[in-house]
Design a protein around this ligand. Sequence first.
Ligand code: IPE
Ligand code: IPE
Ligand code: MG
Length: 241
Amino acid sequence: MDLSDLRHLAIIMDGNGRWAKSRGWRRTRGHRAGVDSVRNCVTECARAGLPWLTLYALSTENYRARPATEVRTLMALLRRFMIDERPTLMENRVRLETAGRLDELPDKVVRTIRETEAMTAGNSGMTLCLALNYGGRSELADAAKEIARSVKSGKLDLEAVDEAALAARLYQPKMPDVDLLIRTAGEVRISNFLLWQVSYAEIWVTETCWPDFRKPQLEAAVTAFRRRSRRFGGLLPEETK
Ligand code: IPE
Ligand code: IPE
Ligand code: MG
């Protein structure tokens, strides 16, 4: 599989709870199984030459609205992942980044994330961006606040506020626009994910729940993506005739 022609693949990893419930297990068991899918997906994408992968791991709404026990499990799994995956990330030259309001997460978890970010910062392969306590609306609100601050202090001229000025103040200013957005577990919605960056993303939804997501599902999504004609508001050459 060659993914070097894509710039940015983003995935809404949904359905862990349903996957577990349908087997008569607790939801948290689904999250545990989901970690295996993350490892598998990251490795496949890195080896296929993908430049940038963003995984939606926790939304601002998840963090606020899920039961405390589930959030605790997710935090523990996240911290374990940050430690256990270091050799795999290094081996595949993956650079770890995050997007979201990390300052609201437990200190211990954030420290571990920062250590993994620092350890992988020099890697020249794929960027893996984990969206953690992430909300598209929070990201835009935070960027708007930054702009207001710069204008107020005189560092930015009001007339210079444009799309580029806003994009430069997002959580990951270097994040490319999303080419392909995959959502697992069948829901056809964005759920507050990368609202700015998905403007012209191709969307592909699979019924497969995240714990069952493997190379065949990834290949199916990419094959469908390659058949799409992306117009970006314009016309294809044959349409202008
Ligand atoms: C996605 O699975 C993982 C997170 C949101 C953390 P869910 O936990 O949303 O699983 P479902 O949608 O309830 O099946
Ligand atoms: C989106 O899934 C968030 C993540 C996958 C991290 P949700 O399960 O939170 O989305 P809704 O609630 O079904 O829209
Ligand atoms: Mg869900």
